[in-house]
Design a protein around this ligand. Structure first.
Ligand SMILES: C[S@@+](CC[C@H](N)C(=O)[O-])C[C@H]1O[C@@H](n2cnc3c(N)ncnc32)[C@H](O)[C@@H]1O
Length: 287
């Protein structure tokens, strides 16, 4: 039986199938862009808003295999990464042995209250059941010191994702939102989906040819056809193209984010251009 969305078994299955990075977050342009902006927000908070310099304590909730926890660890000495997936945490510990990683469901782990200065929770909340979302946010607020900061990133869209008003409402109960940054659009997502579809088809075909998976195709003519198709695709060339498109998109996304339009202007531009905004970053201070 397929495990249900967002459960421990669902994440374990995702991590064991993909080994390391199920969402390709560590190299997709839109994601590295998100990491960069959040890293800059954290650096800004440490420099201007939060006393304690690099001695402050930080929490990365839903840290996956630790890629971004490692980035954050360069800004402060005291960081803890938490993830529900044992497999993810095992990989994280192996890659970054100096960082304190804990394998636990954030909703259940007992953490001392009023101790953390910055909590980051990226692309996690849409896995939490609706009736537990408010508790999840409340728990983050409890572990933070007074005046501590919370940075949340999430996809916007149909359920399980959020509307921008919806996510602002959930967070506002326990936090004062100090900044909202939009990035990403439907256009970007569609281009990306298209590229990944072609790429994963070529990978699948290659497995079929190599006999790694059972295609059920026996007709030598058909197999020849597939081989010809594969030859045309020249996977290597394909990858180069993917990476090129990816870095162009990354450059554009970075440009937009570095301009840091106030949310109101971004909203107006997105509405005018009929762009569906697909990603949001919230920066919030504990009430
Ligand atoms: C889409 S990944 C995001 C990873 C990383 N934060 C990023 O932005 O690239 C979501 C991560 O949240 C973790 N996660 C989901 N529910 C969790 C929970 N209740 N407690 C701790 N981690 C959780 C998953 O195991 C997964 O690694």
């Amino acid at each position: 039986m397929e495990p249900s969305y967002g459960t421990y078994s669902w994440f374990e299955k995702s991590f064991s199938a993909a080994q390391e990075d199920p969402w390709l977050n560590n190299w997709r342009g839109i994601e590295t862009c998100r990491y960069e902006i959040v890293e800059n927000i954290v650096k800004g908070l440490i420099e201007h808003e939060i006393p304690g310099g690099n001695k402050i304590s930080m929490l990365d909730i839903g840290c996956s295999t630790g890629h971004f926890t490692n980035v954050l660890s360069k800004t402060c000495e005291n960081i803890v990464g938490i993830d529900i997936s044992d497999t993810a945490i095992e990989i994280a510990r192996e890659k970054y042995p100096k960082i304190d990683f804990r394998s636990a469901d954030f909703q259940k782990i007992g953490l001392p209250e009023n101790t953390v200065r910055i909590a980051v929770c990226m692309e996690v909340l849409y896995y939490i059941e609706d009736e537990s979302k408010a508790d999840f946010i409340e728990k983050i607020s409890k572990v933070l010191v007074d005046g501590g900061y919370f940075i949340l990133t999430t996809l916007l869209g149909e359920k399980p994702y959020f509307t921008d008003d919806g996510i602002v409402k959930i967070v506002s109960d326990k936090f004062i939102i100090t900044d909202i940054i939009y990035y990403g659009s439907k256009t970007y997502s569609n281009i990306e989906k298209f590229i990944f579809k072609i790429y994963s088809r070529s990978v699948k075909l290659e497995h079929l040819i190599k006999g790694d998976s059972d295609s059920g195709i026996e007709d030598p003519q058909k197999i020849k056809g597939i081989e010809r198709y594969l030859g045309l695709m020249k996977r290597l060339k394909m990858m180069t193209a993917v990476l090129k498109v990816n870095s162009c998109i990354e450059a554009v996304a970075k440009m937009i984010m570095h301009l840091r339009f106030p949310a109101a202007i971004m909203n107006r531009v997105a509405d005018r251009c009929r762009l569906d905004r697909t990603h949001i970053i919230l920066v919030a201070r504990k009430r």
